[in-house]
Design a protein around this ligand. Sequence first.
Ligand SMILES: NC(=O)c1ccc[n+]([C@@H]2O[C@H](COP(=O)([O-])OP(=O)(O)OC[C@H]3O[C@@H](n4cnc5c(N)ncnc54)[C@H](OP(=O)(O)O)[C@@H]3O)[C@@H](O)[C@H]2O)c1
Length: 276
Amino acid sequence: MTAPLIELNNGTHIPQIGLGTWPLNDDEVEQAVIAAAEAGYRHVDTARKYGNETGVGRGIRNSGVPREQMFVTTKLDGEHQGSDRALAGLDESLGRLGLDYVDLLLIHWPLPARGEFVSTWRTFERLLAEGKTRAIGVSNFKPAHLETLRAETSIVPAVNQVQLSPQIPRLDHRDYDAAHGIVTESWSPLGGSDGGLRSVPALAQIGEQYGKTPGQIVLRWHVQNGLVAIPKSKNPARMAENLDVFDFELSPADLLAIDQLAIGAEPGVDSDSVGH
Ligand SMILES: NC(=O)c1ccc[n+]([C@@H]2O[C@H](COP(=O)([O-])OP(=O)(O)OC[C@H]3O[C@@H](n4cnc5c(N)ncnc54)[C@H](OP(=O)(O)O)[C@@H]3O)[C@@H](O)[C@H]2O)c1
């Protein structure tokens, strides 16, 4: 099974489900990428900050999947924001990955207090033109940060990757992204490692109707909301489970019931300490 593709605003395509790789180390991630490729994954999410780009690159090479069939995302960390540092940052990531280009390059956090995400974005525009990445995007950007980019730069981000799940639905981000042709990508799509979301009884009850697990119900919710999701698993059976969400459809009533799981206040997305 492979995930369907979603078209990005520059005509490139991203598989709707990808493999998250934080906090796997190089050796673990190499095995995970090989197993994921075997299960049908064609999309891997990493970041300079994860310290595992070398293992991701090894996994891709040893998976037997041709490089051009694997969609690879990496993210530039805060220390490499700024025009020249961003150039060096991507070069170093490509060196570790053993690749000539990535498919998607993201600014990992806006870090507005540093005031460098606009100059970094201009460098990203250049890297896109040079073919070192097939698409450029951002992560953990609020609509206000995206408005700043819109006012000061020329290319609209293809993707905004944010923490998003039925409990943290970020409707304001999704509305902004949809209005501007930006694909919203969900990190911690299964609610993260604490397992709280996956043990909500309503998800198990809905899952029984479809013969699916709570995790699959949550991922199907992302899919039917038009989101890209990058569930992380190092377990081949759970990886396969997470990709096996394209043979059923949640009813409108079930989608609405899952929407009710939203918690009130949503965590911020722009601090130094957020996310991985
Ligand atoms: N841009 C950012 O700032 C940012 C921040 C955080 C994360 N991310 C990215 O998003 C990815 C995913 O987020 P995440 O890892 O925080 O959370 P997640 O994918 O929502 O959840 C991962 C956890 O769920 C478990 N799991 C996976 N599939 C399962 C299943 N079918 N049933 C039961 N448990 C399952 C995993 O354990 P096992 O491995 O044992 O299966 C792991 O403990 C990361 O790996 C990273 O690539 C980006």
